[in-house]
Design a protein around this ligand. Structure first.
Ligand SMILES: Nc1ncnc2c1ncn2[C@@H]1O[C@H](COP(=O)(O)OP(=O)(O)OP(=O)(O)O)[C@@H](O)[C@H]1O
Length: 226
C-alpha cells in the first residue's frame, strides 16, 4: 500500500529532514510514527501527500509512483487520502454539516448522496445531533471528530493523522484514538504521528520510531519506548 525506498528530503536551506528511509506499510495496517521534535515525522506525511518532493528515492502509494505523478493528477490522488491535523483546520464560517459536505462537493458528489453520506459520517463520529453547530460552539474533541468525519466521507484508502490529539486532554485523546481504531477496523489504513506515550503504550500497534531523519525502530505490537 505504501512503500518508500531510500527516501531523502533536504529543504532548500540545506536542512536534511529525511536522511534515507525505506519502509513498507500494508493495506489495513495501523501504524504509529513517533520520534523527537524535528525527527522528520511531519515531513514524511507531507511527502506522502505529495505536498513535498523527495530529493532522492521513490515513494509508491496504492501502486502509484508519486515521483512520476503529473501535477494535474495530484488533487485526484489526495482525495483518496484522508487527513487530520492537530489544529483541526475546519471552516470557521460553516456549520458541522457543511464542513463535512464540503469535502463531497469538491468531488462533485450528487446532493442526494451528500444528504445520505454526511449524516452517516456524523453518526460514526458521534456528532449526529450537532450538525447545525459552528466550530466555535464545539469542544476540541468535537472539532476533531468533525475533522475525522470530513476526512472519511469520501471513503479514503488511507488516513494520515499528524498529532491528532496534540490539543486534546487525555480522556478526549483516548476517545479520538478509539475512533481511529474503529476506522481502521473498517478497512482504512491508518498512520498516526504522535507524541502521546500513553496512547501508544495502550494501543499496542506497530510503532515506527524516527530520529534525525532515519528510522531507528520498527516493531509490531509495541509501545512508545519499544
Ligand atoms: N519548510 C522547511 N524549511 C526548512 N527546514 C524545515 C522545514 N520544515 C521542517 N524543517 C526542518 O526539518 C526537520 C524535520 O522537521 P519535521 O517538521 O518533519 O519534524 P517533526 O518530527 O514533525 O517535528 P515535530 O514533532 O516538532 O512536529 C527539522 O529540523 C525542521 O527544522
Amino acid at each position: 500500500m505504501i512503500t518508500l525506498e531510500n527516501v531523502v528530503k533536504s529543504y532548500p536551506n540545506g536542512v536534511g529532514a529525511i536522511n534515507g528511509i525505506s519502509l513498507h506499510i500494508d493495506r489495513g495496517e495501523f501504524v504509529f510514527i513517533v520520534g523527537d521534535s524535528g525527527s522528520g515525522k511531519s515531513t514524511l506525511i507531507k511527502l506522502l501527500l505529495k505536498e513535498l518532493e523527495p530529493t532522492e528515492g521513490t515513494i509508491r502509494v496504492n501502486g502509484v509512483l508519486l515521483n512520476r505523478m503529473k501535477k494535474r493528477n495530484i488533487p485526484k490522488y489526495r482525495r483518496k487520502i484522508g487527513c487530520v491535523f492537530q489544529d483541526f483546520r475546519l471552516l470557521k464560517d460553516r456549520n458541522v454539516y457543511e464542513n463535512v459536505a464540503f469535502a463531497q462537493r469538491v468531488i462533485v458528489t450528487p446532493t442526494k448522496e451528500i444528504k445520505k453520506n454526511v449524516p452517516a459520517m456524523l453518526s460514526l463520529v458521534g456528532l449526529a445531533e450537532k450538525y447545525k453547530s459552528f466550530p466555535r460552539q464545539l469542544s476540541g474533541g468535537e472539532q476533531q471528530r468533525v475533522a475525522l468525519a470530513r476526512a472519511l466521507v469520501n471513503s479514503p484508502d488511507i488516513l494520515l493523522a499528524d498529532e491528532p490529539t496534540g490539543n486534546l486532554d487525555p480522556k478526549t485523546s483516548r476517545e479520538i484514538m478509539k475512533l481511529l481504531e474503529e476506522i481502521n477496523a473498517r478497512g482504512t489504513t491508518v498512520l498516526v504521528v504522535t507524541h502521546d506515550q500513553d496512547i501508544v503504550n495502550t494501543l499496542k500497534k506497530r510503532v515506527i520510531r524516527m530520529q534525525k531523519g532515519i528510522i531507528t525502530g520498527d516493531e509490531k505490537e509495541s509501545g512508545y519506548i519499544g
